[in-house]
Ligand binder design. Structure first.
Ligand code: ADP
Ligand code: MG
Length: 244
């Protein structure tokens, strides 16, 4: 029998079943969707479940101040236990940029190397097994060219995989965008893509989730309704014949 890849349990209700046991360890997964679709909540819940299972998490905040983010997260029951928060490291990327002297709008290859080295250093120092970059879109903005975006995502993803860390990269989409990422390169090189969206039904705007691709495992490609509850995300099948 073929050997299955080791899986990283997301702990999110429904998602591990959809993924046949979780995300293959070491994968770099794009979490794509427009604003408010639940990308940040999903990725934080992924880190929280890791912390409960004894795996340390790193959340790299690019667009939002992490102090403010934590304040908002406290309103969720799943996040309010202090003992799990200590196993998640929150870092604001502007602080890294400043430390490394990357106070410029466009990064060159040396800057990219410096940034990757620094992230890996943190991952090694704290024995991080789950990484979230929220969002990769904002980092790509400073990389500008497809070549540099590819270089950054591939090299960082490979280094994290060698360390046995599983990574979620958040991809910000405009509401009616085609594809799964702003530059197109991100989706081509990611090991997996999870698409989050909206679906209007009988005057309600439902949140949806669908796994588009996941290297290393079979998975469902059905659309699920995503509910954001105080205890976390719940996924239930979208009943297409549920009455339009
Ligand atoms: N305590 C809470 N319980 C349930 N839903 C919440 C809570 N706090 C925020 N939300 C919902 O989460 C949404 C934001 O989700 P978020 O994960 O930040 O989306 P994205 O990162 O895709 O922009 C809010 O618009 C709100 O509807
Ligand atoms: Mg967000």
């Amino acid at each position: 029998m073929a050997e299955a890849r080791k899986k990283c349990l997301t702990g999110i209700r429904g998602l591990d079943t959809i993924l046949n046991g979780g995300i293959p360890v070491g994968n770099t997964v794009l979490i794509s969707g427009s604003a408010g679709t639940g990308k940040t909540t999903l990725s934080i819940e992924f880190l929280v479940h890791g912390a409960i299972m004894g795996e340390k998490g790193l959340y790299i905040s690019v667009t939002e101040d992490s102090g403010k983010l934590v304040e908002n997260l406290i309103t969720y029951d799943f996040f309010s236990r202090e003992n799990i928060q200590k196993d998640i490291i929150f870092i604001d990327i502007p602080e890294i940029y400043e430390k490394l002297g990357l106070n410029k709008l466009q990064f060159n290859i040396e800057d990219i190397n410096l940034l990757i080295e620094n992230i890996i250093k943190i991952v090694k120092e704290f024995n991080i097994k789950r990484v979230v970059i929220d969002s990769i879109t904002s980092i790509c903005y400073r990389l500008e060219t497809e070549e540099k975006i590819m270089e950054f995502i591939l090299r960082l993803g490979k280094a994290l995989q060698e360390f046995g860390a599983t990574t979620l990269m958040i991809s910000e989409l405009l509401p009616f965008a085609k594809g799964y990422s702003q530059y197109g390169v991100e989706e081509a090189i990611a090991d997996g893509i999870i698409l989050m969206g909206n679906y209007e039904r009988r005057g309600d705007l439902l949140r949806t989730l669908r796994v588009i691709k996941m290297r290393g495992t079979a998975h469902s490609r059905a659309t699920y309704v995503l509910e954001l509850t105080s205890i976390g995300i719940m996924l239930v099948p979208l009943l297409k014949n549920g009455g339009e």
